[in-house]
Design a protein around this ligand. Structure first.
Ligand code: SF4
Length: 213
């Protein structure tokens, strides 16, 4: 029998659509991150999507736009999805944490990684998304997403390449966050890591293709 998520336990009678979910996230005060962000950034994609990609948190551009993966990391992800044979239109993209965590450096807002408390407090919204979308596979992009989905701290290099199964049976894959590639200066290293990212996405493409067959 499917494990009950936090949604089943607390929210299912109240939230029945992605638009209701987006509103609830935007009104959320479960952790302090709402205080300095422009808005919550909800997941995006068709509710019938079979594949869910989970990133860390919105970046500066996503915070302003109110949409996930619209900045430079989003462009890397778009290219990697295409190279892995996954149409972005078939994918629901979201983040483990819905508000932008940052610190001011002059006039610039610099990304700060969410802590364990913030990830745990925000998990309820990811659970709601999973319950509404019901993906057959989920890809965790980076350690924050993996921690939220698996409920424990993980080392990406130890889990990438494996097919995992979440408590409700959903297939899960772990890879790097595409923003990591943006920080690699050596072009050869960057290209090698990009290819590894695409390789990590291919098993998810296979699950999608099997579902569509
Ligand atoms: S980051 Fe998540 S838990 Fe924290 S206030 Fe925003 S929506 Fe709520």
């Amino acid at each position: 029998m499917r494990e009950k998520t936090q949604l089943d336990l607390h929210l299912s009678p109240a939230i029945t659509s992605l638009s209701e979910l987006a509103k609830a996230e935007d009104e959320c005060t479960r952790c302090p991150l709402y205080q300095h962000a422009t808005q919550a950034v909800p997941g995006e994609g068709r509710r019938s999507s079979h594949l869910m990609l989970v990133g860390e948190q919105p970046g500066d551009k996503e915070d302003l736009a109110g949409k996930p993966f619209v900045g430079p990391a989003g462009r890397v992800l778009d290219r990697a999805l295409e190279d892995a044979g996954i149409p972005r239109t078939e994918v629901f993209v979201t983040n483990a944490v819905k508000h932008f965590k940052h610190e001011m450096r002059g006039k610039r807002r610099l990304h700060k990684r969410p802590n364990a408390y913030e990830i745990e407090r925000c998990k309820i919204w990811l659970d709601v998304e999973r319950a509404l979308v019901k993906p057959v596979a989920i890809v965790a992009l980076g350690a924050t997403a993996a921690r939220s989905l698996l409920g424990r701290s993980v080392t990406i290099s130890k889990l990438r390449g494996q097919t995992l199964h979440l408590a409700d049976g959903t297939a899960a894959f772990v890879t790097i966050h595409p923003s990591w590639l943006l920080r690699i200066e050596d072009e050869a290293d960057k290209e090698r890591e990009y290819k590894n990212l695409v390789a990590d996405l291919r098993p998810a493409a296979k699950v999608l293709a099997k579902k569509a067959a």
